[in-house]
Design a binder for this molecule. Structure first.
Ligand code: PSU
Ligand code: MN
Length: 304
């Protein structure tokens, strides 16, 4: 039995015509944002990518089949349905073999994007090493995926619900370059800065495209993280967010939240505690990443 990929008409044509394609994840739709903002954002992000001259491929598993590119109806179905499994690397065999529905995380999306021959992926934030990982060993499978799957990921850094210092150390050990777009420091999702330096700063999408190409030309396997700070006007106050995050972490602990539930629990707590401000910021940064991703995708295609 071979794994079958189901391409949307738009993505199929883009492949035939050599147009640049950008992968998008679906966990952000099902577990990362509430309804109806999740659907609206998914549509808007796709539209931004088209405006930049690339083609969006939102990835999910429907009835056990990997879909590369979803119709509007399929995105709506996914967002509405209750029985969609958050799909990281270890979840894929079960979901496919049992013909279930799955929303792919960063790791899950990277795997499917590589199968589909799509080298670039846009999202909000990657998973990372959780605070207290010395004891819990809670380290997102996204990091391991970045070390072995050849897909570059545009994000707004990672949330400070994570231990950003340990996340950077892990990525260094695994040989994953973290490139700052017009920034010297790792952005922390809601805020433009963090105390941690990125490995390299590049200010031009073309230069980022060259770095991505060079890594793979060298035969080095694995991804590249492109960290794009949230626009100034959408950023939230650092002190305020740190307090909120402390509170969300305390509630996760009090409720004994474990395993794959941790990240969705923290995301939804942060949203409630900020009275929706975090959601607005989240939407703004994903759109900002889509713009940059579109430019990088076009630049990658134009490299000779
Ligand atoms: N961070 C966000 N929003 C998200 C996620 C992370 O700001 O929606 C999702 C992504 O799909 C990411 C996943 O791959 O959570 C990481 O989950 P875990 O920590 O369980 O690996
Ligand atoms: Mn985890």
């Amino acid at each position: 039995m071979k794994v079958q990929l189901v391409f949307s008409e738009e993505v199929k044509q883009a492949k035939e015509n050599g147009k640049p394609i950008i992968a998008l994840e679906s966990t952000i739709i099902t577990h990362g944002m509430p309804y109806p903002q999740n659907i609206e954002t998914a549509f808007e992000v796709e539209e931004i990518i088209r405006e930049e001259g690339a083609v969006p491929a939102t990835i999910a598993i429907l009835d056990g089949k990997i879909h590369i590119g979803l119709s509007k109806d399929e995105i709506k179905q996914l967002a509405d349905s209750k029985d969609v499994i958050k799909a990281s690397r270890r979840d894929l065999p079960y979901i496919l073999a049992q013909k279930k529905n799955g929303a792919t995380t960063v790791a899950g999306t990277m795997i499917c994007a590589q199968l589909a021959g799509i080298p670039l992926f846009v999202t909000g934030g990657i998973g990372g090493v959780h605070r207290g990982a010395e004891e819990t060993m809670d380290i997102s499978a996204d990091l391991e995926e970045l070390s072995q799957t050849n897909v570059a990921v545009v994000c707004a850094g990672a949330k400070s619900i994570l231990d950003l210092g340990l996340t950077m150390e892990y990525l260094e050990t695994k040989g994953v370059p973290v490139v700052g777009y017009q920034t010297d420091v790792l952005p922390a999702f809601y805020t433009r800065t963090s105390p941690y330096e990125v490995n390299n700063r590049l200010d031009d999408p073309k230069e980022i495209a060259k770095l991505i190409r060079t890594k793979w030309d060298l035969g080095l396997k694995g991804g590249i993280v492109i960290a794009n700070p949230i626009p100034e006007e959408d950023a939230l106050d650092e002190k305020f967010m740190n307090q909120i995050i402390e509170q969300a972490l305390a509630e996760a602990e009090a409720n004994q939240i474990k395993g794959k539930e941790v990240t969705p629990f923290l995301l939804s707590k942060v949203k409630d505690l900020t009275e929706g401000k975090s959601l607005e910021a989240n939407i703004a940064l994903v759109k900002n990443n889509a713009r940059l991703g579109g430019k990088i995708a076009v630049a990658m295609r134009n490299l000779s």
